[in-house]
Design a protein around this ligand. Sequence first.
Ligand SMILES: NC(=O)c1ccc[n+]([C@@H]2O[C@H](COP(=O)([O-])OP(=O)(O)OC[C@H]3O[C@@H](n4cnc5c(N)ncnc54)[C@H](OP(=O)(O)O)[C@@H]3O)[C@@H](O)[C@H]2O)c1
Length: 425
Amino acid sequence: MAKVIQLGFLGCGNIGGGVYHLLTEMHDEILKREHIDIRIKSALVKSIAEARSDVPRDIMTEHAEDVLRDPDIDIICEFMGGEQPAASFMQKALENGKTVITANKMALALNWHKLQAAAVEHHAGLYYEASVGGVIPVIRSLTVSLNADEIDQVMGIVNGTTNYILTQMSQQGRPYADVLAEAQRLGLAEPNPTADVEGFDAAYKLSILSSIAFHTRVTYEKIHREGITCVSPDDIAFGREMGYTLKLLAIGKRNGDSIEVRVHPTFLPSNHPLARVDGSLNAIYIHGRYCQDIMLQGRGAGDKPTSSAICGDILYAARHLDTPIVPSFANTAETDPAINFTNNWTCRYFVRLDAADTPGVLGSVAGAFSGKSISIASLLQRPSSNGRATIILITHEASEQSVQEAISSLNTDLVKVESMIRVEN
Ligand SMILES: NC(=O)c1ccc[n+]([C@@H]2O[C@H](COP(=O)([O-])OP(=O)(O)OC[C@H]3O[C@@H](n4cnc5c(N)ncnc54)[C@H](OP(=O)(O)O)[C@@H]3O)[C@@H](O)[C@H]2O)c1
């Protein structure tokens, strides 16, 4: 006998519409395969008259309570976006004992401990596979498949908009503003692109990923964040000449009780698996003590891929309604006090300088770096205009603090720092 599962949607735009269509098209197949009869009972929108998806109007409502308080609804799926009221609606749903599924990284990253506490207290499930990397099954990989391992690194391209922009800048040598405007025309960037291009979206996702990977709460505030708005085509071209590809990476590393979490433009060797992930694709590289290297890649957005991940959560939740799953780490309001979050990480550095083309300049630059015990791995010098030269150097491994100090100690009469970009292996 089939198990009937009733769903309520909070939000029914791109993703709500996509989930509705997948579940409608796959209904009979799921029933046959899984013996689960999934029915969508209601969907909250702001305005039924102006609703954008082609979901039948008769299941739509403008009143959240119709979804949150309906005793027939087993699972509530949140597809509204933004922090509020999405987070408080999810909390209410969990307090009413409803299992919640969300794709909302912002609401989750900022309110996770409250949502998880409500889920545990009210014996409800909380699932969020699509909140990071769209269809890429990274949450379940970390919380189930790799749960016994000791993960020391997660590094990902988790924002398709910025990856599209950097790919176009790299392949066509075009400036940032040009490519952003094109991405907006194509619907690949929002009219207000701040969340993507300033790295906020990637930082929310890194908060979720690193909390799960490192089994401790990594709050959004701990993440060092830089976006791509200052990236120049010159940096990309010089980096490429030296064998590197530029990506906006979300990086989490754990070494004993020390954790570093950062989102910033990063050069990778052009043969690194992440360097070859182009356009709007997402990918996440994981390293662990036993599993060693893993790379997961796929569509990080779009209604169809995202709906696939969400509907996987829906079926999983439907099978586990009596024994809801809660991720196995201490996701409390406060991080374990033993953990130290460091901003003084170690990596290599790409530095581009505009220099006077006179004898002694190279020596003075080299001196500033060697004075901080930083050795230079490669160096490139090119004449530019007006008797100036461009100097690019890539350091060996050095601490963030020592590089910042070396840069501050440069003789500003001779050189001007155009950019400093971290390099990962
Ligand atoms: N789009 C993607 O590819 C993608 C991928 C992964 C994750 N996500 C996440 O999925 C979520 C939904 O994204 P989306 O692209 O589907 O957004 P969307 O197209 O803007 O849809 C949002 C829906 O929520 C409704 N809504 C928003 N605020 C509301 C409020 N205060 N009261 C009632 N209804 C409200 C909207 O109603 P109206 O239609 O009446 O405005 C609309 O139906 C977001 O958290 C996003 O980060 C999206």
